[in-house]
Design a protein around this ligand. Structure first.
Ligand SMILES: [Zn+2]
Ligand SMILES: [Zn+2]
Length: 391
């Protein structure tokens, strides 16, 4: 058991990592461990910082009391907390008069740094700060021991796995991280957080460019194939240029691509193992017939959402989409449709609250570029470059 917490008061002059009075690793090993520490701010409010939490710290170049926007702070994760001069005395007795010279308790924190995109662009050739967001940070394996006095406030940092169809939405002022910077290897290396396990392909479009969070061009809206072997996003323009499109044959055609199987989604609760091999078109025919046979029918807004392309891009921010796009909502709606077909019954009332959505499928669709053949004006659907499924 570690003691409850250390208690410290923010000084008028803050300190940052690399300070000369920080304990050496030898001293660190002998120091008393704590589970948390409390920082008392200038106005008397207290913040409890616990092991494992993420927090902002004042940048070394800034003065205490200087007004900063939230994104201007440095970010850290707390790995360990130790006290110096704590002895057995309670921190409350720190001002007690004793004959010996008073020893002021100090609290030191082992942290992991989150880098800013600008710092990473100085270390990794080809990494462009310009494709990142103000609230984006790059996780790292860079550890340091810093004073508890430098801590500002607790903030959560979300993990952004770009290839995860179940990625939770990321708000405008949410800190997030999609890359990890390895500083301990001979040369700094950067990698993306991924939902794929082994044999994963690199993330990104066929053009090789990363997801630019500031690119507002509607032709750079990215489309995702959610099938487990694919799980990649591609620019509209790149898919069109490389002729990864086909004529739209049915408004529900994208339901062919499930986030849970590389095959066509299973429509029966006990699929026969000796199923006759069907073409994708035959599979889709069965799926659309099964949807049409449901009584009562599936709600139209659910079908519209499930059949919507999975998209992301800054051009869609006016439709209320955050930087993670609509993947999470669309795949949840698709799963709901597949489950209804398997059960042979429609969804219960209140399906919207089960999806926990605040997304209007029609508003998103209005913002997507109209994909039509020039001569006949027929609608197109984009195709996944990997599996050729409709996306
Ligand atoms: Zn591209
Ligand atoms: Zn695919």
């Amino acid at each position: 058991m570690t003691p409850a917490h250390g208690h410290t008061r923010r000084k008028t002059k803050s300190r940052t990592g690399g300070e000369s009075s920080a304990p050496t690793l030898e001293e660190w090993d002998t120091m008393e461990p704590f589970g948390s520490f409390v920082v008392e701010g200038g106005n008397g409010e207290e913040t409890v910082f616990k092991l494992g939490s993420t927090a902002t710290v004042l940048p070394g170049t800034r003065k205490v009391g200087e007004a900063l926007e939230l994104y201007q702070y440095w970010l850290v994760r707390i790995l360990a907390i130790r006290g110096r001069n704590c002895g057995n005395s309670s921190p409350k007795k720190k001002n007690a008069r004793t004959k010996a010279k008073p020893r002021v308790p100090e609290y030191w924190v082992k942290i992991k740094w989150y880098y800013s995109p600008k710092e990473v662009s100085c270390r990794i050739a080809g990494f462009k700060e310009s494709h990142c967001d103000l609230y984006e940070r790059i996780s790292s394996d860079h550890f340091e021991i810093v004073s508890a006095l430098t801590f500002n406030e607790l903030v959560p940092i979300m993990k952004f796995r770009e290839d995860d169809p179940d990625q939770q939405p990321i708000g405008k002022e949410d800190f997030f991280t999609r890359y990890f910077l390895r500083t301990s290897s001979k040369r700094c290396e950067i990698e993306s957080y991924s939902s794929k396990t082994s044999n994963s392909k690199s993330l990104g479009c066929i053009c090789g460019d990363p997801y630019d969070l500031k690119d507002k061009s509607s032709l750079h809206i990215m489309y995702m194939c959610p099938r487990p072997q694919c799980r990649n996003f591609y620019h509209t323009e790149c898919l069109l240029k490389c002729r990864h499109w086909t004529q739209m044959t049915h408004p529900l055609i994208r339901l062919s691509c499930s986030p849970d199987t590389d095959e066509f989604p299973v429509l029966s609760p006990c699929p026969s193992k000796r199923r006759k091999k069907k073409t994708e078109a035959e599979h889709f025919q069965s799926l659309s017939e099964a949807i049409a046979a449901l009584d009562p029918p599936l709600p139209e807004p659910l079908l519209q959402l499930a059949a919507q392309p999975i998209v992301r891009g800054a051009a869609l921010s006016k439709a209320g989409l955050g930087l993670a796009g609509n993947a999470c909502a669309v795949v949840a709606a698709r799963r709901m449709v597949y489950a209804a077909i398997q059960k042979g019954s429609s969804v219960p009332d209140g399906w919207e609250s089960d999806l926990e959505l605040e997304l209007d499928a029609a508003v998103v669709e209005d913002r997507l570029p109209a994909l039509r053949l020039d001569d006949t004006d027929d609608a197109l659907v984009l195709m996944c470059p990997n599996c050729s499924g409709p996306i």
